[in-house]
Write a protein that binds this ligand. Structure first.
Ligand SMILES: [Zn+2]
Length: 347
């Protein structure tokens, strides 16, 4: 493959980095990546990949820019408030220039459109804020033998795991089942700071550059690791993770998240200005008292009643049931409702 522009002075310092070199840069400029989510992690990853000169970058995000995004979502400015993140991100990245072809989709990634959005990509990067999407991406990437890099951040700490199907553990080798809806803190309940986002995004991006620069037959040399970083307490751990032969996904090759019907997860209830959101199939019941404790500081009018939890946030009224189902009143946009659900319940 002949790639124009590798001797480009733009990439001089990067090519001088011997572990990447001209060969690695050429591979990078011939490569294509899908970044799922263009918010905090996704925006920072997309910026780094574009500046590094990746050949093609596809962005997907369902949400719009809000004021509370600006302290950590590096691609957005006040002028972007209310506009779709994917399109703002694309326009902002285009200003960097360079060889990267940019493509943006303002939609919710699900089992129906993932294959189309990920067609022909060499790697997928996780910039999402929800677990359902990560298990879906893991299924897809293991099935199609596409590497992906998991990343998650809350508060001042986060996790990164590069996944090279066949050579490394997959997400489900390490975390076999997604936790019940509302079981984990989210950035909307526990907060998050930019240094943590930047650290996790950088580790994800470095892992992606290394995978893309390394020929597939040498992926076994990339030691599979789960990296945990806390930028506030200045702690980091790198844990060697191995494949679980019993893994439902990469062992038994059961792709239940990919096979689950995507429709019906968020349904606008006609004429009621309310959307019903259901968690992904097979979740354990939600511990409503524990969820109430986690939400207490970040929402209003919180009330725990028999079998349901109600609260108000972002000008909407939420009613959460024990099965993880929620009614969100005050809007009729199902995609927006799904995004709010994930933010407060962390599906
Ligand atoms: Zn696995």
């Amino acid at each position: 493959v002949v790639v124009a522009g590798v001797s480009d002075p733009r990439f001089d310092r990067q090519v001088r980095f011997a572990d990447l070199g001209a060969a690695g840069q050429a591979r990078l400029q011939a490569a294509s990546a899908l970044v799922v989510g263009c918010g905090a992690l996704g925006g920072s990853i997309a910026m780094q990949l574009t500046r590094s000169g990746i050949g093609r970058l596809t962005l997907v995000d369902r949400d719009v820019v809000e004021l509370s995004n600006l302290p950590r979502q590096v691609l957005f400015h006040e002028e972007h408030l209310g506009a779709p993140k994917a399109l703002c991100a694309r326009d902002e990245l285009a200003r960097i220039g360079g060889p990267t072809k940019l493509e943006a989709h303002a939609e919710h990634l699900d089992a129906d459109n993932l294959a189309q959005l990920a067609r022909g990509v060499d790697i997928v990067l996780d910039g999402t804020d929800n677990l359902a999407t990560r298990y879906l991406v893991n299924d897809y990437c293991v099935e199609k033998n596409v590497p992906w890099v998991y990343g998650g951040v809350v508060g001042a700490a986060g996790l990164v795991m590069p996944i090279t199907p066949g050579a490394s553990a997959c997400l489900r080798c390490v975390f076999p089942e997604p936790p019940p809806a509302g079981a984990l803190p989210t950035c909307d309940t526990a907060g998050v700071i930019l240094p943590a986002v930047a650290a996790i995004a950088s580790l994800q991006c470095a892992a992606a550059l290394r995978i893309l620069a390394t020929p597939r037959e040498r992926w076994a040399e990339l030691e599979p690791r789960l990296i945990e970083v806390d930028v506030w307490n200045l702690e980091a751990r790198s844990i060697r993770v191995s494949r679980d032969p019993e893994c439902r996904c990469c062992g038994a090759r059961e792709f239940e998240f990919l096979d689950a019907p995507a429709e019906g997860l968020a349904i606008s209830l006609c004429g009621r200005n309310t959307v019903q959101v259901r968690p992904a199939a097979g979740r354990q019941p939600t511990d409503l008292p524990a969820l109430a404790e986690r939400l207490r500081a970040s929402v209003r009018d919180l009330a725990l009643q028999e079998g349901l939890l109600v609260f108000a946030a972002e000008g909407k009224r939420f009613t959460v049931f024990r099965d993880g189902r929620a009614l969100i009143e005050g809007l009729d946009d199902a995609v927006r409702a799904r995004a709010l659900y994930d933010r407060f319940l962390g599906s």
